[in-house]
Design a binder for this molecule. Structure first.
Ligand SMILES: Nc1nc2c(ncn2[C@@H]2O[C@H](COP(=O)(O)OP(=O)(O)OP(=O)(O)O)[C@@H](O)[C@H]2O)c(=O)[nH]1
Ligand SMILES: [Mg+2]
Length: 472
């Protein structure tokens, strides 16, 4: 265990201080708003990695009246005071100045006095003015070293802020985009902290170590999470003994709807679990509804647009069939036999289908599922990977994540063949689905492991940029 380091996040109101804390601590429960003065008190947020508290961030109310405070301090200092007296003067200001005028600032300054380091957050969309100079000058008097953090990187004034930091008592400076939070920027932020706290280097090494271990553990959990969804969905089947063919036919549509909604719900549950693995508590509790995944996380996987986007093209499937040495059953046993309500079509080379998944036999047995079409497992895997990619890069400061503009197709021929085999295995074991009334875990774990290994390989491919191939 290490004693957490205390980092006070300070700056002008609405500069994005709370957003920076949310991004750095991976906590989405901070109050972030466009209103000035959202944070009214000093809030302490610990950054825990693997259950170990490594840093404490002090999120502070923003400054509005730094100039007046500097005047108060200058007056109180008297002619013989030196820089060494500054922290005591600041403490006096906190104790003696009128709280009706300075309450927020007094709170922020008291946090600054008890921190190991201060990070001054600047909003690059705003031009630095006299106010900013006053704030930086004031914070320099609190004692701890100060680093400058320029937020909202796309803002036009980042260089002006860097210039101002260069002229003032700022010990190091970095860019850190709270919304589009980049690992390299975060690493630079920590290097800046080490540069001003050289004797705490071991602390940051420990943080890096814990981070690496946490990430490795999470990678395994992510795979298992997706694998479990796949097994649950692909083995799911509903069977009803209705007594007559007529009765079974009558019920079919309703049971199919139930089947689909169970699968849609299970997929959404998988997304929620992924969000939770990354510490998105709000979204985790309130559901995938919060998750705007290029607008279509909520779209059902039975949606034609979704099939078009995440399904493999007919060309690909034909190639896979050729590679397998046998034509591919593109639509599953029930798909082509589907009557009313089934829509089969080819739109821009993609199969679009409303999957017919029910069948009725003579004795009145109604069977709905499993999903036999190879298209469904492909859609499920591609969507899970896209969801993971977005969650993996999403900032805890933003309700909606960075838009993933990557490819929606993550499966090559060999992957599809491997997936097909696994899907078949699952579909033959309806008791493996946790959604099934007849759920029985016997034999399931090994298949989950196999799916997890498959997902791991595909994720690996999704993380690394596509190979350019040999030149020429
Ligand atoms: N585009 C963009 N907006 C940001 C970024 N960081 C913060 N914001 C927005 O800026 C506004 C203020 O963010 P907060 O984190 O609440 O700012 P604060 O400094 O804590 O504000 P106070 O507590 O009121 O002093 C919010 O609307 C944020 O969504 C960023 O990196 N990019
Ligand atoms: Mg705030």
């Amino acid at each position: 265990m290490i004693e957490p380091l205390r980092i006070a996040i300070v700056g002008h109101t609405n500069a994005g201080k709370s957003s920076i804390v949310a991004a750095l601590t991976r906590r989405d429960e901070l109050r972030i708003s466009d209103e000035h003065g959202t944070t009214r008190d000093v809030d302490e947020w610990t950054f825990e990695i693997g259950g170990e508290a490594v840093l404490t961030f002090l999120d502070t109310p923003g400054f509005d009246r730094a100039g007046a405070i500097n005047e108060w301090l200058d007056e109180a200092a008297g002619p013989s005071a030196t820089a060494a007296d500054d922290p005591d003067l600041v403490a006096r200001f906190i104790a003696e100045a009128d709280p009706a005028l300075f309450r927020s600032e007094q709170r922020a300054l008291s946090a600054a006095l008890r921190a190991d380091v201060l990070a001054y957050v600047a909003d690059a969309t705003v031009k630095p003015k006299g106010q900013a100079r006053q704030e930086v000058r004031l914070l320099g008097k609190a004692g701890p070293p100060v680093i400058g953090v320029v937020n909202v990187i796309e803002g036009p004034h980042r260089d002006a802020w860097f210039e101002l930091f260069g002229r003032q008592k700022i010990h190091n400076k970095v860019l850190l985009d709270a919304m589009n939070f980049q690992p390299e920027q975060e690493a630079r932020f920590y290097r800046a902290l080490v540069s001003v706290l050289p004797d705490r280097e071991a602390h940051f090494d420990r943080i890096a170590e814990l981070r690496a271990a946490e990430e490795a553990g999470r990678a395994i959990q992510v795979r298992r999470c997706i694998a479990q969804t796949l097994v649950d969905v692909l083995s799911f089947q509903i069977e009803e003994l209705t007594g007559s063919r007529h009765e079974a036919t009558k019920r079919r549509e309703g049971v199919e709807a139930r089947f689909r909604s169970a699968i849609v719900g299970r997929e959404a549950e998988g997304f929620r679990q992924l969000l939770e693995l990354y510490g998105f508590k709000k979204a985790g509790v309130e559901g995938a509804v919060e998750v705007d995944f290029e607008g279509d996380w909520q779209a059902s996987l039975f949606d034609a647009e979704v099939a078009k986007r995440y399904g493999a093209s007919v060309t690909t499937l034909t190639l896979v069939g050729a590679a397998a040495g046998a034509p591919f059953e593109l639509f599953g046993a029930h798909g082509l036999a589907a009557g009313a309500g089934a829509l089969l079509g080819f739109v821009s080379g993609h199969y679009v289908g409303r999957f017919a998944i029910g069948s009725v036999d003579r004795s009145g047995r109604l069977t709905v599922g499993p999903l036999e079409s190879i298209q469904m497992p492909i859609i499920l895997v591609n969507r899970a990977i896209e969801a993971w990619k977005e969650i993996d890069t999403r900032s805890h400061a933003s309700a909606a994540g960075a838009v993933v503009t990557g490819d929606q197709q993550h499966l090559g021929t060999a992957d599809i063949l491997r997936l097909k085999k696994l899907a078949k295995k699952a579909s033959k074991n309806p008791t493996w689905s946790s959604m099934s009334e007849a759920f029985d875990a016997v034999g399931r774990a090994d298949t989950v492991d196999e799916f997890a290994a498959f997902v791991g390989d595909v994720l690996e491919g999704a993380r690394t940029p596509p190979d350019e191939g040999p030149p020429g």
